[in-house]
Design a protein around this ligand. Structure first.
Ligand SMILES: Cc1ncc(COP(=O)(O)O)c(C=O)c1O
Length: 484
């Protein structure tokens, strides 16, 4: 231990006894704990500006009293078993805990997003990437580069939107793969932070926000936290029911629309081009900004994904969100907002209230990785792998159907999960599965209004675990499915 703050009293007692007393108090009140190493006599003497022998005398006193132990060449440690508590002779008032302080909690989130799925041997949670596929060794090189050649100026305060070389890489990537141009990029600590900032900047208590009837609860929580009242839009074959959206607009003053157009969360459907056009026209007509959460666009199989709504946004009302949680891992906490300049400045300055900017060292390393091509190499590799896993899951479920089990699903064009109709037993299935060590969410977990729960669907993630695990888990699950 290097330093230790001691409260030395100003009495007429000898100095070494005052130091011993202060050390004893530090042990009694838990500043240092049993068997913890104490500062050497030299370090403590320096810190207290006293002679080293004075500190040694204090330590020897405590050794004699049984508070401190000393072993040759190992210095002083707090004794393993402390002497029984003796009434303090000091003048200090010892504060005792009566009842714990009762906090006045002004705001709290009802939905604490604990992620219990990881504790299950078979984890079919829908949005899990396979973190073991991440090229940690390769990425270490880019972290080293960022440390070896640091951008000293950028590591300081300022430039709050993000680290420019990273923004440049992301802008190029989004332009090439998502056709996004004419937007400012803001770097955030993941989509959740983006949703929080946007909600705080654009909403006030009582504002109505339209969301998909089945959707992403963490987004809803951020919106509600800003005081929003959520209005669910019916869902149909190819994304939301646009007529229902229009009639909601006529009934309520909708301030914001939150959508997952590419792979609707959780149903995996893609919002058709016709619907996108109608939704956009309505948004223009009624002045409704759209949050487009493009959370797993990276993984699209067989064909190219539809470009996002943000790619064709002449009025600049689409707020586009993308995350590195799926392509790297959720713990990376990195994401971006691509948005019209007129809103970008407000979002950046609001974010500064809670955090100056996102982690620059990390942005630097990821920018180098992207520039080198590693990011897209990893993307291609994991897309191929997830596509095989999707096939494995689809083939096995189809074989269950052939054997007469009651399962229905459409093969999603992309994403990381299947939305499977299991008849009217989704909830029971999810519960029984947990008993077998299998994590699956039923549709009830995704409904805005619980009365809409038909108890038919489960979401089966295929990306996060190996084909072997997918097979084992589904075979364990098989006896729980109903017959046709
Ligand atoms: C719909 C949706 N949006 C966004 C995210 C990513 O959020 P974040 O970037 O905060 O990890 C997820 C992850 O599960 C998601 O399912």
């Amino acid at each position: 231990m290097k330093t230790l703050n001691l409260d030395i009293e100003q009495t007429k007692t000898k100095l070494y006894l005052k130091i011993a007393d202060a050390l004893r108090k530090a042990i009694e009140n838990g500043t240092v704990i049993s068997q913890e190493k104490l500062p050497s006599a030299r370090v403590l003497a320096e810190q207290l500006s006293v002679n080293r022998h004075t500190v040694m005398a204090a330590y020897n006193e405590l050794v004699a009293q049984g508070w401190v132990e000393t072993k040759q060449r190992q210095g002083y440690t707090v004794a393993k078993v402390l002497p029984a508590y003796r009434a303090s002779t000091s003048m200090n008032i010892i504060l005792k805990a009566e009842d714990n302080h009762a906090w006045r909690i002004i705001k709290s989130s009802q939905d604490a997003f604990s992620r219990p799925a990881h504790n299950y041997p078979f984890n079919f949670a829908g949005g899990n990437p396979d973190i073991e596929l991440f090229p940690f060794n390769e990425f270490r090189g880019f972290i080293n580069d960022a440390l070896n050649r640091p951008s000293i100026k950028e590591l300081n305060y300022g430039d709050n939107a993000g680290f420019q070389p990273f923004i440049k890489e992301v802008a190029t990537y989004l332009r090439r793969v998502r056709s996004i141009t004419n937007k400012e990029i803001i770097v955030v600590n993941g989509t959740q932070e983006a949703l929080y900032i946007i909600s705080q900047v654009l909403l006030k208590a009582g504002d109505k926000v339209a969301v998909e009837n089945l959707g992403y609860r963490p987004a809803w929580t951020a919106l509600r936290n800003a005081g929003a009242e959520l209005i669910g839009i019916k869902q149909a074959e190819q994304g939301i029911d646009v007529d229902d959206f229009e009639s909601l607009i006529q009934q309520h003053k909708i301030r914001l629309l939150y959508l997952t157009p590419l792979h609707q969360y959780p149903t995996t459907t893609t919002l058709s081009v016709e619907k996108r056009v109608k939704i956009y026209q309505l948004a223009q007509q009624y002045n409704i900004p759209i949050i487009e959460d493009d959370y797993d666009h990276e993984f699209h199989y067989n064909s190219q994904p539809l470009p996002p709504m943000a790619a064709n946004d002449p009025s600049g009302l689409v707020i586009y969100l993308s995350s590195f949680s799926k392509i790297m891992f959720p713990g990376i906490r990195l994401g971006i907002i691509a948005v019209d300049k007129s809103l970008a400045t407000h979002l950046v300055s609001y974010r500064t209230l809670m955090n100056h900017k996102a982690n620059v060292l990390l942005q630097d390393a990821v920018a180098r990785w992207m520039k080198d091509g590693g990011f897209e190499r990893h993307l291609r590799k994991s897309t191929r792998r997830y596509q095989r896993r999707r096939k494995c899951m689809v083939d096995l479920l189809n074989s269950f159907v052939d054997e007469g089990l009651n399962l229905e699903f459409t093969i999603p064009k992309g994403g990381m999960a299947l939305w499977v109709n299991v008849g009217s037993q989704a909830e029971a299935l999810s519960k029984l599965a947990k008993g077998k060590g299998i994590f699956i969410l039923a549709e009830s977990a995704f409904h805005l209004n619980h009365q809409n729960n038909e108890n038919k669907f489960i979401r089966l993630g295929f990306a996060g675990q190996s084909e072997e695990k997918i097979k084992q888990g589904l075979l364990l699950l098989k006896p729980l499915f109903n017959n046709k």
